[in-house]
Design a protein around this ligand. Structure first.
Ligand SMILES: [Fe+2]
Ligand SMILES: [Fe+2]
Length: 167
């Protein structure tokens, strides 16, 4: 597909994040399984449910602009998830693993925040009011998730440091 106009760029970014979300949907159960504290596990599971809704919202946006819901390989998210998968293979102490999982998850959240922020802005400029509302809804969820992870990290990072001292 050629990216010439802002409409094209909007569709390009939409396809990117649609593919990215689908990859995230597959990765989250693995991350929940690798998490060692119930709070972090619950956070990943909750975000899995949110991600399902976010994918549906993206499908609604595709419908609103009358384009087929089709993704385009999101190399950014793919790379971030691969890094997370590599970490999960490590033999880290439990709180250290959790700290690393949070770091990996926040990198993904920040990518998503950038994507949805951009898409919502384009939607506004392009006069796509309804699409813009849907994108802003997801943007707010991603920001909330990022904040929740920061909150969890403040305790888990400390535990990781304590465990490291005892080792
Ligand atoms: Fe998402
Ligand atoms: Fe997310």
């Amino acid at each position: 597909m050629s990216v010439e106009t802002l409409d094209d760029l909007f569709l390009h970014e939409l396809k990117d994040i649609y593919d990215g979300e689908k990859r995230i949907l597959k990765a989250l159960p693995k991350m929940a399984k690798a998490a060692t504290t119930s709070e972090l596990q619950a956070a990943f599971e909750e975000h899995l449910a949110q991600t399902e809704q976010q994918i549906e919202r993206l499908e609604q946006v595709f419908e609103l602009i009358e384009k087929p819901a089709r993704g385009k390989k999101c190399m950014g998210i793919q790379g971030l998830l691969e890094e997370g998968a590599e970490l999960m293979k490590e033999d880290a102490m439990p709180p250290v693993m959790d700290a690393g999982l949070i770091a990996a998850a926040q990198k993904v959240e920040h990518y998503e925040i950038a994507s949805y922020g951009t898409l919502a802005t384009y939607a506004k400029i392009l006069g796509l009011r309804e699409a813009g509302e849907l994108l802003k809804q997801t943007l707010a969820e991603e920001k909330e998730t990022d904040k929740l992870l920061t909150r969890l990290a403040s305790e888990i990072n400390f535990e990781a440091e304590m465990a490291s001292e005892e080792a």
